[in-house]
Design a protein around this ligand. Structure first.
Ligand SMILES: [Zn+2]
Length: 643
């Protein structure tokens, strides 16, 4: 820390971080470079820098700013193992997996797999954005010739696997009934995972993926699973054919597919498949070149590590010894029966080990933090590159497993009702002898590389005294070293973004845009009421009683919406005699109002809504609804008081 360096600029790596990286270099099998061969194998061509722009000229994806990753040698500010993964994720373009099967990789965080049939091509997953999917299809057609899309398969419910569907399927193809195949309960989960907790998740995702970090060796290098999140337009298409059970088969354009269901694994609805014609196994996102997340930092329903492992074992039973190529919907394929068998077995055991050992230690009485500290992967998995925690990590995945079985409470009553961060921060600072005393001790421990505790201690000071610039700078420097030391991209992004916000404040962003019309149309009416319910401001609703009848002319549904006791509930299939007002309208009109394409008043004036009773009661109800901010403080106290 010299005076010539601006307090806000990223710093060098400390000597303890440099020493840690040196140890990593000698501990891991860096001489094994087969992944680099595999990631490059079958390359047919690409788009320069993988640069994709929207029709308005907005860049939705580009790897140009990651040119610094061409250096083989990791800089001191990046973990060498993460550097290796970041370089692997730089491969981009169209690749042949086997003759007849192709993948577009590196044009999005996810892959598009293209399987050729008798006349056309079956498209597996459609990337995050319409622009990205269009670019991927153009690249494929350019190298393989134009051919009709025979079907689209969505392997699972996450946006990076279906968001770009409209870039693959146009109106004419939809009218012609091109099949869209997806696992059972696809629609239910495709939107619901992010609806109720969406506003909190979006902000938290900034810490997971690091979109606001500068790209560079002191900033963003990767997301582990792929380079970064894609921007661009997203639209959901409703599947036309659901796969219901393991063993279900489909013949599409002359090609047979055998499916395996994998619900509640990486996604709540997910499936694997095998294509005998090409001896091709696709395990979607359940067997990737990293230890995946059992609970991503953005927040989610916790995933089932035990089920995940069982699906991989079942896949081995069904297709082990048959498949000669295995590709997933992230990262690069592997070839050869033996290597496929090894990778699937190791991935199976990675999830099983994490599960069983966490539960074992839990049943010995260890808490989540203690298990994270105690657990070590077996030697046989430590050296498997595809098992490294670039996205998920053993140290946070064990906490997810603990949470799945026992929840947030560690059973020590000290943690039952602790003071929240600001109040406890003030008391800690007082007990520890004030800010100067804390910072003096912190500086000593920082020099010794004790970053984890320095962060804990100084965070109390930042919550007690958010305007204490020395405290903020100290915590930022500490987060930064923790970020430089992290092998997991998500840890790195979280720490470095925390440092950035302490130094520069939160990024200025435009306000949240209303939910897109297509997404709204995909939601069941009950889900709309659920979303309305979580926006109700309880204190404002104190003492209010409002009853509204709803009747939807296009869907034939009816509901009573009921506000009492500061809680909004609904009952389907009935109408209340004592309703304050009754509304008859098309569900699509309600979607237009929520998407802010029209106002409710305008819709009434345009006679799209029939009203009886007192419509002002709806206005009153809507005045009780909160709008959620796009940004809120995370590493420091909330500036605005929420009531
Ligand atoms: Zn994905």
């Amino acid at each position: 820390m010299t005076d010539t360096v601006s307090i806000e600029a990223p710093k060098d790596a400390s000597s303890s971080v440099v020493a840690q990286h040196a140890a990593t270099l000698s501990a891991l099998p860096f001489s094994d470079t087969r992944d680099f061969d595999d990631a490059a194998r079958g390359f047919l061509g690409t788009v320069e820098h993988a640069r994709i722009t929207s029709p308005q000229g907005r860049v939705v994806w580009s790897l140009e700013a990651y040119g610094f990753l061409s250096d083989k040698q990791a800089p001191p500010t990046v973990d060498p193992s993460l550097w290796r993964q970041s370089r692997l994720n730089m491969h981009h373009g169209l690749f042949e997996v086997v003759p007849g099967v192709y993948q577009v990789r590196g044009l999005d965080i996810a892959n598009m797999t293209l399987i050729e049939g008798d006349q056309g091509v079956i498209v597996v997953d459609t990337l995050t954005s319409i622009e990205g999917a269009r670019a991927a299809m153009d690249l494929y057609f350019h190298h393989r010739g134009k051919r009709p899309v025979a079907a689209v398969i969505f392997t699972h419910t996450h946006t990076d696997h279906w968001g770009g569907a409209r870039g693959v399927i146009d109106d004419a193809m939809l009218a012609n009934g091109v099949p869209i195949i997806a696992p059972d309960l696809f629609m239910e989960h495709a939107v619901s995972e992010n609806i109720i907790a969406g506003p909190a998740m979006l902000r938290r995702a900034q810490y997971q993926f690091g979109p606001f970090l500068a790209k560079g060796s002191r900033g963003h290098v990767d997301c582990g699973l792929g380079k970064s999140m894609a921007a661009g337009a997203v639209a959901l298409l409703r599947p036309t054919d659901l796969i219901m059970a393991t063993g279900d088969k489909r013949t599409i354009d002359g090609v047979e597919f055998e499916f395996q269901m994998a619900p509640n694994s990486e996604a709540p609805a997910e499936m694997h498949f095998y294509v005998p014609r090409y001896r091709l196994l696709n395990l979607a996102e359940n067997c990737t070149h990293n230890f995946h997340n059992l609970l991503p930092f953005r927040g989610a329903d916790v995933r089932d590590a035990l089920a995940w492992s069982k699906y991989l074992n079942e896949a081995l039973k069904m297709w082990g010894g048959k498949a000669e190529a295995m590709c997933g919907q992230h990262h690069w394929p592997v070839w050869g029966k033996e290597r496929i068998d090894t990778m699937v077995r190791q991935q199976r055991d990675l999830y099983k080990f994490a599960h069983d050992q966490t539960v074992r230690l839990m049943n010995h009485g260890l808490t989540a933090a203690e298990i994270a500290e105690a657990i070590r992967l077996p030697q046989s998995l430590e050296g498997a590159w595809h098992g490294r925690g670039y996205y998920g990590h053993i140290r946070h995945n064990v906490k997810a497993i603990y949470q799945k079985y026992l929840g947030w409470y560690d059973a020590n009553p000290v943690n039952l009702d602790p003071l929240p961060p600001v109040e406890s921060g003030r008391k800690y600072v007082e007990y520890m002898g004030g800010s100067e005393a804390i910072l003096a001790r912190a500086r000593q421990d920082f020099e010794k590389g004790e970053f984890r505790f320095v962060a804990q201690a100084v965070s109390h000071l930042v919550f007690a005294e958010p305007d204490n610039q020395a405290a903020r700078a100290m915590l930022a420097d500490t987060f930064e070293q923790l970020g430089y030391a992290a092998e997991s991209s998500t840890w790195r992004n979280a720490y470095l973004f925390g440092a950035q916000e302490l130094r520069h404040g939160m990024p200025k962003t435009p306000p949240r845009s209303p939910m897109p019309r297509e997404t709204l149309a995909a939601l069941r009416t009950e889900q709309l009421w659920d979303v309305l319910g979580i926006r109700l401001n309880g204190p404002k609703a104190e003492g209010k009683r409002i009853v509204l009848n709803w009747s939807f002319s296009d869907t034939g549904e009816s509901f009573v919406l009921n506000l009492e006791n500061s809680a909004l509930t609904y009952t389907e299939g009935v109408q209340a005699d004592n309703a304050d007002a009754s509304f008859t309208l098309a569900r699509s009109t309600l979607d237009e109002v929520i998407a802010k394409q029209t106002g409710f008043r305008e819709a009434i004036d345009a006679e799209k809504v029939k009203v009886s009773g007192d419509p002002a009661k709806l206005t009153e109800l809507m005045s009780l609804m909160d709008e959620f901010p796009r940004m809120f403080e995370i590493v420091e106290p909330k500036r605005s008081v929420v009531t």
